[in-house]
Structures are given as C-alpha cells and as structure tokens.
Ligand binder design. Sequence first.
Ligand code: COA
Length: 298
Amino acid sequence: MADESPFRNTVLKGKVALITGGGSGICFEIATQFGLHGAMVAIMGRRKHVLDAAVASLESLGIRAVGVQGDVRKKEDASRVVETVVEELGRLDILINGAAGNFLSAAEDLSPNGFKTVMDIDTVGTFTMSHAAVNYLKQGGKGKGPNEGGVIISISATLHYSANWYQIHVSAAKAAVDSLTRSLALEWGTDYKIRCNGIAPGPISGTPGMEKLNPEEAGISSGDAVPLGKMGEKWDIAMAAIFLASESGKYINGAVLPVDGGSWLAKPRYISKEQLRQFGRAVEQRSRSKTQLPNSKL
Ligand code: COA
C-alpha cells in the first residue's frame, strides 16, 4: 500500500488532464492520483476493455473520468481524442505522454520495423499528441485565461543516459522524447506559456513495462542495484507528476526528472570504506613523496 500523499487533495482542482497509456501501469496510477487531487481525467489507449475497466475503477473513487480509444501513432486519432476530451470535460490543462512500447531484443535480432514501431509509439506518438493538444493547452486556449498556460509531461526513462542491454530501440526512442521535451519547453514555453517537462522512471514494481524488461525468467531482483535499495512504486511517479503539473512546479520548464532511487548512477563499490580508511592516506603520502609535494596536512 502506497504512502499517504504529501500534497493537498485540491492541488489540481478544476484541471483537466489527458493521460495517454492511462489504462494501465504507471499512467493509470497517475490518472488515479490526479483524480484524487482534484483533476478530471481522460485516459487514452488502444484497448477498449482496458479503458472501460480503468474508467470504472476511477469512477468508483469518485473521480470524473472518461476513456477515449485511440492510437498515439495516428494523427487522426490524436486530434479526435483531444477534441473529445475538450468537448466532454470543457478544457485541457495537462497532457501526460505516457503511451509506450517495449520489449527486449538483441540489436541484431531486432528488425528495422521493430525498431520503428517503438520509435513511432514513444517518440512520434509524443510529438503527435503534443501537436494535437497545443491549441488547447496554450494560454487563452478554450476554457483558459489569457495567462493560463498548460503543462506537458512526457514519460521517458534513464536507459539512454549510458546504454542498456537489449533496448537499443527504447533507448533511442526515449532519448528523442527527452529532446522533444527540451525543444518544446523552449518554443512553447516562450510562445504559449506551456511548461514542458519529463519524468524518467527507474525500475518500478508491478508494471507491464517491468514485467517485459525484467521477466521473472531472468531471476534478477531489480532492487539490488538501486542506491536506495529497492524498486520504486507507481505512486512515486504519480507524486512526481503532481509536483511538476501543479503550482509547485510553476517555474520548472524543460526539466527531465529521474525518479529512480539513483539507479542510473549505480556502480559496484570497488573498495570497501574500511579498506579506504586504512590505506587512503598512505597512498596519498606515497604519491606526494614521488612528486616531492609537502606532506604537511597528512
Ligand atoms: N522481439 C523482437 N521484435 C518484436 C518483438 C519482440 N519481442 N515484438 C514485436 N516485434 C517486432 C515485430 O516482429 C514487428 O516487426 P516485423 O514486422 O519486422 O516482424 C514489429 O516489432 C511490430 O510488431 P507488431 O506486433 O506488429 O506491433 P504492435 O504495434 O502490434 O505492438 C509493440 C507494438 C510490439 C511495442 C507491443 O509490445 C505493444 O503494443 N506494446 C505496448 C504495451 C507495452 O509495451 N507496455 C509497456 C510499456 S513500458
């Protein structure tokens, strides 16, 4: 069970959020937490039965929610979904680009079409949805005041900060998503006062993504390598999204926030602290004597 929210339950009151990929996983949790913090939420996905179940679950919590079927890769779907959301909920304040495709494949086993499919969902889909939403998100857009710009949050990853095994397609796609975030922050922040940011989740338990990238057959607990010692929860990503989407993030534009317990920085410790304390100064002394530096502070 996740912790209690540190945010007031009205921080997103009156806001309308469209969350792509919001029918399941991390993005369903974002939809839930946005709703519990006062927002009306629309979720977009390809599978109607998944959307229907998700909407029913949101409504059972007293959240005003709609599900709109569509594929982020299709420009007609993107426009139709955005228009439906504004028609049904009156305006659009927040777009979460969460829809993503993922699977493990060695680079030489991945067909160019497999590579393109993930680029299309993650990168082209993020651009297509943002493009379809810009006229509603911008200041003065339908239902908005003249100084009331919206927010885009695109979900990426930390894979591409270095490199990762068997995810050449996902790494390339997420690197491009982060690049879109920065370009849009510059252009649409300046022209339309739309704040564009990203969230880069690390290993998050109980998600379809994690099931695919760390299948139980691999027998690895992803928490082992995380500096904070455990995998994250979907709740952690949802809280970061509230932070960025609400007034707490009002001066944040063009940032990609890793929410990964520090895991992308993780490296095995090659000398124990005890060893270091034993020989660290002796090593320095030896080095100074060789270069004839004074040993005054050692
Ligand atoms: N390994 C290697 N290649 C694969 C693959 C796998 N596990 N899964 C799909 N592909 C390839 C296919 O072979 C195909 O290429 P080809 O035409 O050269 O054979 C290409 O990818 C497209 O596959 P297709 O099944 O037609 O795509 P789709 O649009 O129906 O599905 C995926 C898209 C593959 C990304 C699918 O996993 C998906 O829908 N994912 C969304 C859910 C998800 O991944 N959630 C986790 C989010 S983090």
